[in-house]
Ligand binder design. Sequence first.
Ligand code: HEC
Length: 526
Amino acid sequence: MNMHKISPAFSTRILFLTLIFGAHLAGQAQVTWSGQVASIIYTNCTPCHRPGEIGPMPFTSYQEASAYASMIAFTTQARSMPPWQANPNYSHLLDERVLSTQEIQTISDWVQQGALRGNPAQEPPLPQFPSGSQLGLPDTVISMAQSYVHQGNNQDMYRVFVLPTNLGQAQKIKAIEFRPGNSRIVHHAILATDVTGQGRSRDLADPGYGYTQFFGFGFTPTEDNWYGWAPGAKAHVYPANIGKNLPANADILVQMHYAPSAVTESDSSSINLFYDRDTVVTRTEHILPITPQQLTNGPFIIPAGTVRTFRGRFQIPYEVSLMSIFPHSHLIGTSWKVYAVRPGNDTVPLIDIPQWDFNWQGFYHFPRLIRIPVGSVLHAEATYDNRASNPNNPNSPPATISWGEGTTDEMYLCYFGFVPYEAGDELIAVGTADEDRLRRFTARLFPPYPNPAGDRVTAEFQLNLGGQTQLHLMDATGRRVETLKSGWYQPGLHEVELNLPNVPPGLYFLELESGGRTDRSKLMKR
Ligand code: HEC
């Protein structure tokens, strides 16, 4: 039908409907799965609600989602799903999982109108979810040496695993990507680096793989809170010339929270590390906490039957750029509010968590670096409810709770990730530009074989993105002798046979060129 000309019959029908339903219908168009709802669910829910992920039921089709229609309406209206603890009206954080009021209304209208499917032909396809790395080809993958068996007894498990890196040299890390081995149970992971060996002794002292520890590591590792992960977290590249330190031969400690499960599950998680040889990391992110030592109204004791709010203040000794924040309390914690006051009383809201949930915690990243000048004060307020009416109270009847690492103890910690300020930091955005660069630049040439080679040699290379790719032979001074191969290659691992005719014996280099990046490997010609 030509949409510009409305047929008389059609306009009569519109008039008829308008007369019958009047203003009622005007505000409430028909909402269907195919028309409006599928794209909201696929974007905001299906990343976790699909087979093998942590969401307890899959939402990958109309049938699956409509079976839970009223629960979907309920949880979205209550804003308990998608899980996102920070208040978006207070501050904006990277990768916020927040539905708009309009989207919540659309879901609610859909359910009220009977959760109709609409025209299946209009349904958006289920998106492709990344299965491998979100960032590209890692330089190093550090994996759990064994898989850990998490008992199907409906209990939480908090366990630390010690992963030796065996990297003889210290490294500057541009991106850290935690890859849960079993997404059905891995609920959070906090990483630390350690060269003290204390993690290893604790592992030995505890039967089985790893050691049980409710939060933290049971001692202070070399770099506490090196990285944090929770379901739905996206991997990011540290922006500009910023990165993380990984000392030589360090262990990476992984503090894992496994969610309760009715069936026995096993997990073997791993960590992808990216070095990004194209940027020089000159600044490393530091992490420091506000602790009960900074309380203005300590000591940190919450008597049985009381609700207490603790306020900490930390004066900034030198100018910093804030990158991330990680408030932490245990089970009776109920809220957090953290802000900075710059000299002259300019308040910078950092994070507001009105309903603290131990199950959803980790680092929150600021979308841009936040400049905090000398003389500013960081304020961190946390509330704890130690009454019997708090369903999360681990003691029944309530008992006095104070600082400690156990499930029935409490904590008041707010970690800040920062770098010393440099001019222009407030313009640095965290996100895709750096990631695109890293993705584009992962083209890797492995040592050719045999080496030394006769007239033929095999080269192996891996591309993260497909593209025009060349292999050049260079002499010992780096001059190009000839191009041995040229063509378009798919992303992935390739093995190519190269002829080396007519080149005199000696030392050469093979050079891979793809996507603007080159990688070289030595080659001896016999
Ligand atoms: C980051 C992962 C994640 C995302 C995104 C997510 N969920 Fe969930 N969902 C979970 C987990 C995990 C549970 C189990 C309960 C828990 O741990 O909070 C859950 C539970 C639920 C439940 C069961 C009721 C309940 O509260 O336990 C419903 C219904 C639900 N989600 C709907 C949704 C909808 C609708 C969306 C999108 C608007 C969504 N979820 C997005 C992880 C997620």
